[in-house]
Write a new protein. Structure first.
Length: 135
């Protein structure tokens, strides 16, 4: 929805050159459907998961909580039960780099992505959120 390039003096969608970007129906789809969905998906879902896990913080080891939310925190240390949210944001930021920096070129995207992944690797090495696997 947001990948547009200049053709014949008009910004057109890369996937369908018949569609002029940010004019007519594309304007409404981009700003009133796609953009709110991006914000809802990227901010709303992780926030909802954080809220639900924080409410159940004391009962995380119960069978009921493990059944409902165990897939989100089972592999992490008890004090890092929200680490899955960091992983979600890492994926979201990778998508944002791929989509919104496509005009800057593949080299710029790769460099920013490498710097970003170095940051998250350092964060992961510092905080050590994962449980040790049984031997």
């Amino acid at each position: 929805m947001f990948n547009c390039k200049q053709y014949d003096g008009y910004n057109r969608m890369e996937k369908d050159l018949q569609i002029v970007c940010y004019e007519g129906p594309h304007y409404y789809f981009a700003y009133f459907l796609a953009l709110p969905c991006i914000f809802l998906w990227s901010l709303g879902i992780p926030f909802l998961i954080y809220t639900l896990l924080s409410k159940e913080k004391e009962q995380l080891k119960t069978e009921a909580c493990l059944t409902k939310f165990g897939f989100l925190y089972t592999g992490y240390k008890p004090n890092r039960f929200t680490w899955e949210i960091f992983i979600m944001y890492r994926k979201i930021i990778c998508l944002v780099i791929a989509i919104f920096l496509s005009r800057a070129g593949i080299i710029v995207q790769a460099l920013i992505l490498i710097l970003f992944m170095i940051f998250f690797t350092g964060l992961n090495a510092t905080l050590r959120p994962y449980k040790k696997s049984p031997k």
